[in-house]
Design a protein around this ligand. Structure first.
Ligand SMILES: [Zn+2]
Length: 323
């Protein structure tokens, strides 16, 4: 019998990661590159180039059966494109058609968080659950949802854009999507520095209180990053901890809205911020969610699939659609 392989692709705002999977679900090789942003065609060209680099790894008797892609959105699934990618400065980024044409293989596409929750369901913590949500807290905030064993997809593939749940009407910050008060506008890696600066001003933090942060960003708060704030909190810096108190409360509101909307048994959580600071992110959510809940609280824990969750999900997506 021929050796059967699948390709799995994770298209992120900063990196494209591609893995060669054996049909048994084992990763044979992986490669990655920066997500190109020079033209709408550049991302698919880069993906094809990365897939081509696997050729020497595939045995003489081997064949690739298909390509699964989990991508940043919002997507237009019918057209097989990313409709707008504000982080890349690109619009109408075709993914499915150029790869199908160039490689002559079937291609399946889903939003990255939808792919991730499929990964969780078949390879991770979600195996025994019919009601399951995956949340990523990373550059952005996103989610993927199973209710009663059904994957929620939506008319364009954007059924669980939980990062755009409204969690605030006090600071009324504008989100990258244009909406006001959206969770992602406060607590995502991209937007936390802006929110932190507002809080630092509002708290009238003294120079002595700002010492840690000022030192870490060379006395220039415009260089503040989410990483700096979380690392400061890990070290016990009071100002970083105070900033995270507000972030934690908004995270609790976000998780409560998810729970009120979908009634999950488990919310598994990933994304760089969570994976780097699991206790700092999740403990306050677990403690704080109760006062915003209308329904029974779910179990909340870090995904065991770590940063490979979208790759596993894209593999499950394509291998299950073919076999
Ligand atoms: Zn938004």
């Amino acid at each position: 019998m021929r050796d059967r392989y699948y390709i799995s692709v994770d298209v992120g705002a900063t990196r494209i990661r591609v893995a060669l999977f054996r049909s048994s679900g084992e990763i044979v090789q992986r490669v990655e590159a920066s997500t190109p942003r020079e033209s709408s065609e550049a991302p698919s060209r880069k993906i094809i180039e990365l897939i081509d680099s696997f050729k020497p790894k595939i045995s003489m008797r081997g064949e690739i059966l298909g390509v699964g892609i989990g991508s940043i959105g919002p997507l237009d699934l019918k057209k097989g494109i990313i409709s707008v990618a504000p982080n890349l400065g690109l619009k109408e980024v075709p993914l499915v058609e150029p790869i199908e044409e160039k490689l002559g293989l079937p291609v399946a596409l889903q939003n990255d968080c939808t792919a991730a929750v499929i990964g969780e369901k078949y390879f991770g913590a979600g195996k025994t659950f019919d009601n399951l949500v995956y949340v990523t807290i990373s550059t952005g905030i996103g989610g993927g949802v199973y209710v009663d064993g059904h994957l929620l997809v939506g008319k364009d593939g954007n059924a669980a854009e939980v990062g755009h749940f409204v969690v605030d009407n006090r600071w009324n910050l504008k989100c990258g999507c244009g909406g006001i008060g959206h969770w992602e506008a406060y607590c995502s890696g991209r937007n936390l520095p802006r929110f932190a600066k507002i809080l630092i001003e509002e708290l009238k933090a003294k120079d002595s209180e700002k010492r840690y942060l000022m030192k870490r960003c060379n006395r220039d708060l415009t260089r503040l990053t989410a990483k700096t704030i979380y690392e400061g909190a890990e070290k016990g810096d009071p100002l970083c901890l105070r900033i995270l108190e507000e972030v934690n409360d908004l995270n609790a509101r976000g998780f409560a809205s998810i729970t009120n909307a979908y009634d999950p048994e488990l919310i598994s959580v990933g994304g760089a911020i969570t994976l780097n600071h699991p206790k700092l992110v999740l403990d306050p959510i677990i403690r704080g969610i109760g006062k915003y809940l209308a329904v029974r609280a779910p179990e909340i824990k870090v995904t065991p699939l770590g940063e490979d969750i979208v790759l596993y999900g894209a593999f499950a997506l394509i291998s299950r659609s073919i076999s």
